[in-house]
Design a binder for this molecule. Structure first.
Ligand code: C5P
Length: 399
């Protein structure tokens, strides 16, 4: 329960994307948050307070003169114990009102009345022309400067039929961003390059050699690094996973492609984390055409060639980033881990504490550095990834 104990004020302003706020309210509740909905008059034209009350289990407020609040000051009452205020969707007009500090209904007034410690996040949702309008852009710059956090917008299909910037983020992405806002910014201003997933080495155009890596640990780490404020680029082998919101992903198949993508992007990176399960060998005599089944029962003869070691290549660069490697040993992790860290010449190596971690949602890790080793006990991969970010940040600071 990522948001257990958190009280979120969810503000709705006028826009078709209000229907997504209903989904978000559910998702916030499932993540453990208590959700207090406040709606502008325009929002009530798109979705009813009844729906939002039923989904959150809390009275919905729309009116600043609502007599149900004992002291008749809902703008104070609703903000003093809030952990965050999130405006979903946030209309062009509401951004303008925020930029000017206007207080002409309950939601705008409570945004101005909120204590400075309560973060305010807004998810813009509007037509592309409205988003690009210079007045909107001026207001967006202003609210950013005032410390208001923008969640999106994204580019894509719009309800009006046009395509472009201004589309609201999806509820799952908004949830990720709200959870991220509560994480400590240990990696702020840092650039991190990661590899994740398996590689795929072709035998012919339809067959290949790969492994059981799901990419879950690498993707969880990419998400945790971004939550901690890093600018994250992920070079990924084939996986079924969606890139975490805000992470730039480059898709590759083979170890050689992974190396090329890493070398093309490594300059200026502060940290490199090699989580990918890279194939040690590729097929040297891969066929250009599909290998036919032979009626005489002759079997294809595969020849192998050594793949480049991506981590060792980066670790040998003259201006190398802080390098972190992973190891999936099936036995004697303690001895092999320490030896591998020394052999790869890297400051931190992370061992997967078996038996089988590939594809699972949980893991346990053993960390090897110049002082010895320590353990991160079994937990889900995102929890471990957040702990690992702390370990990386501390060591990268000291290096
Ligand atoms: O040598 P071994 O494969 O056990 O090392 C594992 C570590 O090295 C992982 O961090 C993995 O991502 C990285 N590696 C690599 N390129 C390879 C093989 C492994 O970057 N060809």
């Amino acid at each position: 329960m990522e948001l257990a104990g958190k009280k979120i004020v969810l503000g709705l302003t006028g826009g078709v994307a209000c229907y997504k706020a209903a989904e978000l309210a559910r998702a916030l509740g499932r993540a453990g948050a208590s959700v207090q909905v406040v709606m502008t008059e325009a929002a009530t034209r798109f979705i009813t307070a009844v729906t939002m009350q039923a989904l959150t289990g809390n009275t919905v407020y729309t009116d600043q003169w609502d007599a149900r609040i004992a002291n008749n000051m809902p703008h104070i009452d609703l903000t003093r114990d809030a952990d965050a205020i999130v405006i979903v969707p946030c209309s062009t007009n509401f951004i303008a009102r925020l930029a000017h500090g206007t207080c002409d209904d309950l939601l705008s007034t409570l945004c101005v009345a909120r204590p400075a410690r309560v973060p305010l996040m807004v998810a813009p949702a509007m037509n592309v022309e409205m988003w690009q309008n210079p007045a909107t852009q001026r207001n967006v710059t202003q609210i950013r400067q005032d410390g208001i956090l923008l969640l999106g917008p994204d580019s894509g299909d719009q309800a009006c039929g046009e395509v472009g910037m201004g589309r609201m983020l999806e509820p799952e992405q908004l949830l990720e961003e709200i959870i991220a806002a509560f994480q400590p910014k240990l990696m702020a201003g840092r650039r991190v390059l990661l590899t994740a997933g398996p590689t795929f080495e072709p035998i012919d155009p339809v067959r290949g050699i790969t492994n059981l890596s799901s990419g879950k640990m690498g993707y969880a780490l990419a998400r945790a690094l971004r939550e901690a404020g890093a600018e994250v680029m992920l070079v990924s082998g084939p996986t079924a996973l969606a890139a975490p919101y805000g992470v730039r992903r480059i898709d590759v198949q083979t170890a050689q492609q992974m190396l090329d993508a890493v070398l093309a992007n490594v300059s200026g990176q502060d940290v490199f984390v090699a989580v990918a399960a890279v194939a040690d060998w590729r097929v040297a005599n891969a066929s250009e055409h599909k290998i036919k089944k032979n009626a005489d029962g002759d079997l294809p003869q595969l020849e192998f060639a050594q793949n480049p070691d991506i981590l060792a290549t980066v670790a040998a660069l003259p201006k190398r980033p802080f390098c972190v490697g992973f190891a999936a040993e099936s036995e004697q992790l303690e001895q092999h881990g320490a030896a591998k860290r020394a052999r790869k010449n890297i400051p931190l190596l992370v061992g997967n504490l078996g038996p089988q971690t590939f594809g699972r949602d949980d893991n346990a890790l053993m960390l090897f550095d110049q002082h010895g080793h320590s353990e991160l006990p079994r937990a889900d991969k995102l929890t471990l990834a957040r702990q690992l970010v702390r370990e990386i940040a501390r060591r990268a600071d000291a290096s």
